[in-house]
Write a protein that binds this ligand. Structure first.
Ligand code: NOJ
Length: 547
């Protein structure tokens, strides 16, 4: 079983918005190739690619139409192979996204299944209409209305937990699981180093697909999260990946550390890591667009619980951003104190124990978009959930919640320079999605040679993550009840680092948990190390005991 990921950090690329290398306004593999130096210099050890496969883009790649090819917008399989070689030549790893809870409705399997062509008839979850044409059950989809869509051709409903164009695969069908095995083998034979597995904890649905009387708005969720045969199916897939030097990371909504250990702990291990969501709800209810004021305790509570819960039994994933959430400075930090809060947040999570992920643009302190109209935010879930919210919140509040909470905020093109289109695509070419207008103030070129930039702060932290104290150090949290400060330390073999993070623009006094007389400053976002903490200040002290 692979263990190499334990002291690694990964850069997460959402390819459409990373870098356009061929001048069509869409990010692509050529763009990634151009930026490999940048990625490597950041100090990460590998890349996770959001889906690169051919897709009609109802959900930008998470609706896969062919599992064995590269989307023509991004390049070709040959280009992918060349990129993989180059990544390996640099000693880095490459993770693919495995999206097998559902396919695109344009996938040939679905087209054949609609027509009841064998062997595809039962590849999806089909049910006849209930009495008076009713849906087979009352589940909601997460992206687009009810979870059932009528198919004229087949004369039945199909289940879609996400958009209508994302029919759920029937994982209970052994032939479908064989397909998954073959997809894994296909990419492993090409040499990829692992998979991030999309909503993998949804693949086993409760028998009988019962109606849900609890959980309005997300009816059904409890009947398909961590379902009855999930472990068995993952074990089957693990038997394939174990034949290679491969790591697996499962995306896992509604996961807790205790439940996680049944999948990623000890002898039960069928995945290496989980991307859980518990710390991503510190300013929302369950999903990002159901807004509530930021609560530090709702952030540090889960972070610390996962640190303690997996200690010596499993391994954590550390992240604050990805393509599904708004920019973290705009939600847990402050746009006014953008650089300060960006640095504080970076140190806050990168000094914890686990395998770290940094999402494109996070290292530059990119922030949310602030555009006038909902229509400016192209996303199936934003569109649909706006209509749902509008019905009971009114237009204004619904629009505000969606704009603040939508993942489109994280999907704007990466801001490389202060030039036209932020250097994402050539001048005169229209980028597929609007560039955040703040690119003149926030871009990589500006930060490249500024020793105090957020980019260089990330570089130092990522380099520091190689120290044994990060991989092995104990974890103790101080003042867990405090509403403004997150304070913890990590200790290993005579070395102790104390991390003090302020989450407020007010000055706050901080009571040292022990004497810091002989401490040195390891990281900080203001000069000096003493006195009250300044807005969003982070102080990282190092103490060494004489051995
Ligand atoms: C989780 C992915 O990260 C998200 O982008 C996608 O829309 C859903 N799963 C459905 O695949």
């Amino acid at each position: 079983m692979a263990e190499w990921y334990k002291d690694m950090s990964f850069y997460h690329i959402w390819p459409r918005s990373f870098k356009d290398g061929n001048g069509d306004g869409i990010g692509d593999l050529a763009g990634v190739m151009e930026k490999l130096d940048y990625i490597q210099r950041l100090g990460v050890d590998g890349i996770w690619f959001s889906p690169l496969y051919p897709s009609p883009n109802a959900d930008y790649g998470y609706d896969v139409a062919d599992y064995r090819d590269i989307h023509p917008d991004f390049g070709t399989l040959a280009e992918f192979r060349a990129l993989l070689d180059e990544v390996h030549r640099r000693g880095m790893k490459l993770l693919m996204d495995l999206v097998v809870n559902h396919t695109s409705d344009e996938h040939p399997w679905f087209q054949a299944s609609r027509r009841r062509q064998e062997p595809y008839t039962d590849y999806y979850i089909w049910r006849p209409a209930g009495k008076r044409g009713k849906h087979p059950n009352n589940w909601d989809s997460l992206f687009e209305g009810k979870a059932w869509e009528w198919d004229e051709l087949r004369g039945e409903y199909y289940l879609h937990l996400f958009a209508k164009k994302q029919p759920d695969l029937n994982m209970d069908n052994p032939a479908v699981r064989k397909e998954v095995e073959n997809i894994l083998r296909f990419w492993l034979e090409k040499g990829v180093d692992g998979f991030r597995e999309d909503v993998i904890t949804f693949i086993s649905k409760t028998d009988g697909l019962p109606d849900d009387r609890l959980m309005p708005a997300v009816r059904g969720l409890r009947f398909y999260s961590n379902g009855p045969r999930l472990h068995a199916y993952l074990k089957q897939f693990r038997a394939v990946t174990d034949g290679y030097d491969c790591m697996t990371v499962g995306e896992a909504p509604r996961m807790t550390p205790r439940k996680a250990l049944a999948f990623i702990g000890g002898k039960n291990r069928v995945l290496d890591l989980f991307i859980h969501f518990e710390h991503m709800a510190a300013d929302c209810f369950m999903v990002d667009y159901l807004r509530r004021p930021f609560s530090l305790r709702k952030l540090k509570g889960p972070l610390s619980r996962w640190q303690r819960g997996l200690r010596d039994k499993g391994w954590n994933v550390l992240y604050l951003e990805n393509h599904d959430h708004p920019r973290v400075i705009s939600r847990y930090g402050s746009e006014k104190y953008r650089v300060e809060s960006g640095k504080m947040l970076a140190a806050m999570y990168l000094l914890l124990q686990g395998t770290a992920f940094v999402y494109q643009g996070q290292e530059l302190g990119m922030t949310n978009l602030h555009l006038p109209a909902i229509e400016d935010y192209p996303d199936v879930s934003a569109r649909h959930n706006y209509l749902r919210l509008k019905a009971f919140l009114g237009e204004k509040r619904a629009a505000r919640w969606i704009k603040e909470g939508t993942r489109v905020n994280a999907r704007t093109p990466v801001q490389w320079t202060e030039g036209e289109n932020a250097g994402f695509c050539p001048p005169g070419v229209e980028p597929w999605l609007t560039v955040n207008p703040n690119y003149r103030e926030i871009n990589a070129a500006d930060q490249e040679n500024d020793p105090d930039s957020l980019l260089n702060f990330y570089r130092s932290l990522l380099r520091f993550r190689k120290e044994p104290v990060i991989r092995y150090g104990s974890f103790i949290e101080y003042c867990p009840e405090d509403r403004q400060l997150y304070v913890y330390d990590r200790a290993y073999r005579g070395e102790r680092i104390l991390v003090v993070c302020s989450f407020t623009e007010q000055q706050v006094t901080f009571r040292e948990p022990y004497s810091l007389k002989d401490a040195e400053k390891l990281f900080g976002n203001y000069p000096g190390l003493t006195g009250a903490l300044r807005p969003y200040e982070v102080r990282v002290y190092r103490l060494r005991k004489e051995q």
